[in-house]
Design a protein around this ligand. Sequence first.
Ligand code: WT7
Length: 676
Amino acid sequence: MDKKKSEEEVSESQIAVHWKEEDYFKPVPEFTAQANVRDDKIFERFDIKNFPDCYKEYADMLDWYKSYDRILDSSNPPFYKWYVGGKLNACYNCVDRHLPKYKNKTALHFVPEPEDEPIQHMTFQELYVKVNEFAALLRDFCGLKAGDTVTLHMPMIPELPIVMLACARLGVIHSQVFSGFSGKACADRVVDARSKVLITADAYYRGGTLIDHKEKADIAYDEALKEGQKIEKILIWERYPGKYSAKTPLVEGRDFIVNDIIKNYYHRTVEPEQLPADGTLFLMYTSGTTGKPKGAQHSIGGYLAYVTGTSKYIQDLKPEDVYWCMADIGWITGHSYIVYGPLALAASTVIYEGVPTYPDAARPWRVAEELAVNIFHTSPTAIRALRRVGPDLPQKYNFKFKHMTTVGEPIEPEVWRWYYNSVGKKEASIVDTWWQTETGGFLCSTIPGIHNMKPGSAGPAAPGIYPVIFDEEGNPLPKGSGKAGNICIRNPWPGRMLTIWGDDERFVRQYYQRYNKDPKSKNWEDWPYFAGDGAVEAPDGYYRILGRIDDVINVAGHRLGTKELESAALMVVEIGEAAVVPVADPIKGKVPHIFVSLKPGYEANAEIEKKVTNALANEIGPIAKPGKVWIVPDMPKTRSGKIMRRVLSAIANKQDVGDITTLANPQVVEEIQKMS
Ligand code: WT7
């Protein structure tokens, strides 16, 4: 059987599932007693028979200028309009409406990366003043109005949420590009969004260095121009107001230092625009498996209602909480769960400029102690890094989390247990939240006060979300079947993106074509949302996400999820991180190669290699035996900390590693190449 054929003949439904069901952990009574959701009546209210009216509950958490006429217009699937006819303003909901009660309460805590710089605290009143000044500048200096787009390429500084909220106040559509991305990547997004204004910063701290960021704006300008989009104005925030910290000179008539021109807008206030609920709040570009990055276009009313509702019920946020989502605002996680959700609920939200492990792996715990953070949110990647370098550090600091979140990838049960025992000190409820850039907010998660937690499992669907797992042919796999398939969402929900910016056709093709049987159908029930993730539903209705469908390795016709292999490797005590990639093999089609990095204090040796091989063989089966165990000094990582499996795969397959300039640690690539 040739290789290609064998791959085609094996269907998704045959993805082998080797994970064992883990034991439950119960939320502690202290948490449950104070939780926003204390009983499971919520699932009666959000029962499918109450769909879509159940989503009134989330809209009621917001202030509206004009109430909506209809909850959902689904007459043209899969294009849906939520809260049709309603008018609101996202900035008003995140700032103005809190002033009567909370004006003197902290809205933002900004933690600079250098530890000798003090943490800055900004009240809701101060935030209100700054947002108004900047909105006046956007309107009167840049001439921007509702419906225009603007691209932001800003680092993690407090001015980022200020700019986003100022845009929202005017109805200007913001498109924030992750600051770690290159000038070229920024340009591609400027071109696609047709932005005439770029907002950036001169510099920011990352891993102890003040990085010149303005130089990327110059590249973005040139590259965008080549593609036919002229950036008319570049607005530059200074990391140290009054002191320009970049090397590149300013271009007369194009580049403007915000900290200077903002002075012309001091004391100005701008009335929030009364905007339609189905208007656009922002674009968030995400890369697809193929083709150019796509701009997920998110709505004002549906999005804000959904992130507010899920922040309240799943993040358990209250105004008195100090909440730290240690992610970058340049990702959807930061938009939904650093800025919009928390601020809509008047919580205090923490913005950390730099690297979690800078200057050492106890930094997060010192910040948590100093600010009395009680809700903490981060990714498995960050948790693994902190566990690897400083497994015993959390207990040395006097902080107490009531609640913790993990997001972004499946978390290995072993790592989950460290998070629970060491970081959560066996008191915090953990939610493992599964969702995507496109979905606006959480899709699967336990509700922290009422559900038991299960390590490695995202848990049941969020209120009002009705998932289904289909096999290749479109047959639903019943819960407890033990089989994995493609997870889809049966129904529309308010947080979902409106469309892909400028490409309705791709939107339909990518997310709906897979399981739609009748493209002419006007019934939403015929349009399941295809997430692109493999998943399995346990007998208790908890979903375990196996990762992107393309992360499946086909070894001799046997499909293995990369995550379960990595999880098995992490059971070896010396191992800090693990990444599996498929390598072409003349006999088996593909064999897994596993890259591992060690916890500090351990030296690479043949014994460890053997332990890893045995762990995979024992946990999963001899079929999972890696073709090679690479003990590497460190994993190649993106600036957001995701392991670049693409680079590892190129090395293992002896191919060109491609562009590695966006890596946080490009030098490690060469070191690994030398090992082959
Ligand atoms: C993909 C979406 C959602 C914000 C961050 C990532 C994976 C996300 C989980 C989780 C297992 C997860 C999926 C998804 N993913 N959360 N809790 N467990 N996998 O946003 O860049 O749009 O990535 O991340 O594969 O499709 P994104």
